[in-house]
Write a protein that binds this ligand. Structure first.
Ligand SMILES: Nc1nc2c(ncn2[C@@H]2O[C@H](COP(=O)(O)OP(=O)(O)OP(=O)(O)O)[C@@H](O)[C@H]2O)c(=O)[nH]1
Ligand SMILES: [Zn+2]
Length: 225
């Protein structure tokens, strides 16, 4: 497929990384390579890394690793680099005229730190106030997961989640808080197992102190059922 056509399609899909400030740095030619070719290329490179480390790739337990890692990169942990995999967010009219904020909290986040390619594990909390449109609850979890499935910095991921929901819902009144542990901080380097990172993005009405407070109070609710 021609690169111009692919880029047009991405633009039409309204992807957050099509010119926004929270853009993931993806090369323009990234879409010229098929997933199958990407897996084959990554497999070769992982093989190379393992060989360089001195590992014996004829060992039963190791021989499948390069292919396994390549498949995992393309189809799982970095699958959110492919705009075709962006979840379709079904929206509905707010017929019941629900006028308060809706909070989807404790959304599990599994992402990957783009500096070390180590896991980021945590929770995202998302809220919005409807301007006439509501979104299926699970779509918020799916949007979080889509942006998490990229090499990420937490600040950018938080902004991307908010910008996407603003687009889907047609309102600025969207907020997101992420609290996550970075294994690059917890398990290596400074090796501080206790620390976690909190990031937030407050759009529209959520910039007001009392609206923001209400959202943060809901997050603190003990949800033990
Ligand atoms: N702002 C931000 N920084 C991150 C994130 N994930 C990892 N980092 C940091 O990125 C920085 C990379 O710093 P470098 O000094 O280049 O890497 P390094 O030598 O491995 O650093 P140390 O982790 O301190 O050993 C580290 O301080 C990481 O903690 C993130 O989501 N946001
Ligand atoms: Zn890191």
């Amino acid at each position: 497929m021609k690169i111009d056509k692919v880029l047009n399609e991405i633009d039409e899909m309204g992807d957050a990384h099509a010119g926004s400030s929270a853009e993931t740095p993806i090369r323009k030619d990234a879409f010229e390579v098929s997933d199958t070719d990407k897996i084959a290329l990554i497999r070769e490179n992982v093989e190379h890394i393992m060989q360089t480390l001195g590992l014996d790739l004829s060992d039963d337990s190791l021989k499948g690793t390069p292919q396994r890692v390549a498949k995992m990169f393309v189809n799982e942990i970095f699958s959110g680099l492919d705009p075709k995999r962006k979840p379709k967010a079904s929206v509905f009219d707010n017929k019941y005229k629900y006028g308060e904020m809706l909070v989807e909290k404790n959304i599990t986040v599994y992402s990957t730190c783009e500096h070390h390619l180590l896991p980021i594990v945590g929770k995202a909390h998302v809220a919005y106030i409807s301007k006439g449109t509501v979104v299926g609850l699970s779509k918020m979890n799916r949007i979080v997961d889509y942006y998490a499935k990229r090499p990420q910095v937490q600040e950018r991921m938080t902004m991307q989640i908010v910008q996407e929901l603003q687009k889907v819902l047609g309102t600025d009144d969207v907020a997101c808080v992420v609290d996550a542990k970075h294994l690059c901080v917890n398990s290596r380097g400074i090796r501080d197992i206790e620390s976690s990172t909190v990031t937030s993005e407050f759009g529209g009405a959520f910039k007001q102190k009392e609206v923001r407070r209400e959202f943060l109070d809901y997050i603190k609710l003990d949800t033990t059922f």
